[in-house]
Design a protein around this ligand. Structure first.
Ligand SMILES: [Ca+2]
Ligand SMILES: [Ca+2]
Ligand SMILES: [Ca+2]
Length: 211
């Protein structure tokens, strides 16, 4: 009986592994020519209704950037993909967050300067001013499944950093980068094949045991 249970977990793990498709986070960057202090100003700049700023777009797998070597709460960082000489800019990160297990989660957003984190269209945490590199934290409940998120961040002179990490509230593990994103919960055909192979393997284990 014990063997059958472990075999079933193996099949489930295969399903999860095949279903997660490292889909990128969309990042929209905008270079500015004047100071900004608030979330509203960063949003205005990103909208750029007068078309006065330079915009560019990248795809990222995690939010863990610094122009100045600040590692945040999880070791390591990526160079922010914007001219380090430019001290005035804003960025909007968007993707779907895939929550495998419904739970309370501790969220940690490390930034210089400010930010606004929205999940399913509502702000859950923000720092609506400029600051030296600091961590903001918040605990929220997330149901299983996909949750759209938007993280707005800006740089207004000096040091720049932005990192988003999390952990289940009741876990003693260290925070890890939020990095599990996918556009759709619909299993791919290859997922079903692997799942079928897992079931076949389980049946083989069962047969072997009876002999
Ligand atoms: Ca980091
Ligand atoms: Ca800077
Ligand atoms: Ca700064």
């Amino acid at each position: 009986m014990k063997k059958i249970i472990s075999g079933f977990i193996g099949a489930s793990a295969l399903l999860v592994a095949a279903n997660v498709q490292a889909t990128p986070i969309n990042a929209h960057w905008v270079n500015l020519d004047s100071s900004l202090w608030t979330i509203a100003q960063a949003e205005e700049a990103l909208k750029d209704t007068n078309g006065q700023y330079d915009h560019f777009y990248t795809q990222e797998s995690v939010i863990d950037f610094s122009q100045n070597g600040y590692t945040g709460n999880v070791s390591g960082y990526l160079d922010t993909p914007i001219d380090v000489a430019n001290n005035l800019w804003a960025v909007q990160f968007t993707a779907d967050l895939n929550v495998a297990t419904a739970s309370d989660y501790d969220l940690f957003v490390f930034t210089d300067d400010g930010f606004d984190l929205r999940i399913d269209g509502s702000s859950v945490m923000s720092f609506n001013a400029n600051r030296a590199p600091r961590t903001s934290s918040e605990t929220i409940y997330l149901s299983e499944g996909l949750h759209s998120f938007e993280l707005i961040h800006w740089e207004n002179y000096g040091v720049e950093a932005v990192e988003w990490s999390w952990k289940p509230t009741h876990s003693s593990q260290a925070p890890t980068l939020v990095s599990d994103f996918e556009p759709s919960a619909i299993p791919e055909p290859k997922t079903m094949i692997l799942f079928g192979a897992g079931i076949a393997g389980l049946a083989a284990v069962g047969r072997k045991k009876r002999k």
